[in-house]
Design a protein around this ligand. Structure first.
Ligand code: GTP
Ligand code: MG
Length: 235
């Protein structure tokens, strides 16, 4: 039996996504040779995402064998959509070119690493950051310094080489490390943020409640972390 493999990066498909975005946003997108360059960009960024996620899976396996505990609960990977990418270039007043994306946007490839405990977040992030073939470009620690709305996560932008026929292409990947509780909070806050058919007063009230929830969740997480650590020591 022959299995038909779908071509993952396909120029006609990217061209039709471009046309769709252009109609939706009412803006210029990429044309001609730029579409091919965009397909190449997606291919390289997707390779970078795979390099980092493989590194994370290997670390998780090692920790599991060594400590009998998987620090990573699960991971989510995504390539930024054409619409969000073009929207972001426009919002920042940046030139509309593949070159400009490469130079200015560091979150085209994104990985969310959801860990069980806060200690796991730092253990995994620190171990990954020490690897000699990747480089840390930027760190934003919203766990040590939560955002005023209560958002917590550790954001690290890594540069990882993707080896193609012409040699290495250093490529940025944004990794958001967070715990299950931080992720659960962020999902609800994200839904609220984009809920436009709600009275302003109700929205404000929910925003304030979420701020309190973030503090409570942080307290509950450190209590649960202590129990987890004591169970570990007793084993
Ligand atoms: P942008 O990528 O343009 O947002 O700027 P930045 O890279 O400086 O932002 P930052 O690193 O602070 O956050 C980037 C990503 O983190 C966002 O795209 C979200 O996925 C997530 N994030 C940041 N702040 C919040 C927040 O307040 N609530 C939620 N739910 N997610 C957030
Ligand atoms: Mg970003």
């Amino acid at each position: 039996m022959m299995l038909e493999r779908k071509q993952r990066f396909n120029v006609p498909e990217i061209r039709s996504r471009m046309e769709q975005v252009s109609a939706e946003l009412g803006t210029e997108t990429f044309h001609g040779a730029q579409i091919v360059q965009y397909a190449e960009l997606e291919q390289v960024y997707s390779g970078a995402m795979r390099e980092i996620s493989t590194k994370l899976e290997n670390l998780d396996d090692e920790f599991q064998l060594r400590d009998r505990h998987n620090p990573i609960h699960h991971m989510e990977c995504r390539l930024k959509s054409i619409g969000s990418t073009i929207g972001k270039l426009r919002k920042r007043g940046l030139p509309l070119s593949v070159e400009s994306i490469r130079e200015n946007l560091f979150d085209i490839a994104g990985i969310r690493v959801i860990c069980n405990y806060e200690q796991d977040v730092y253990k995994v992030a620190d171990t990954l950051s020490e690897q000699s073939d990747i480089e840390v470009i930027r760190v934003k620690d919203y766990i040590a310094n939560p955002k005023p709305n209560g958002y917590r996560s550790l954001h690290v932008i890594y540069s990882v080489p993707v080896f193609l026929t012409d040699g290495p292409h250093p490529t940025p990947v944004e990794v958001q490390f967070r715990t299950i509780a931080m992720d659960y909070w962020a999902s609800l806050e994200h839904r609220l943020r984009y809920k436009n058919d709600m009275e302003d007063a109700d929205k404000e009230r929910h925003i304030a409640t979420l701020r309190d929830c973030a503090k409570e969740l942080s307290r509950i997480e450190s209590t649960m972390q202590s129990i987890h650590n004591e169970i570990g020591e007793a084993e």
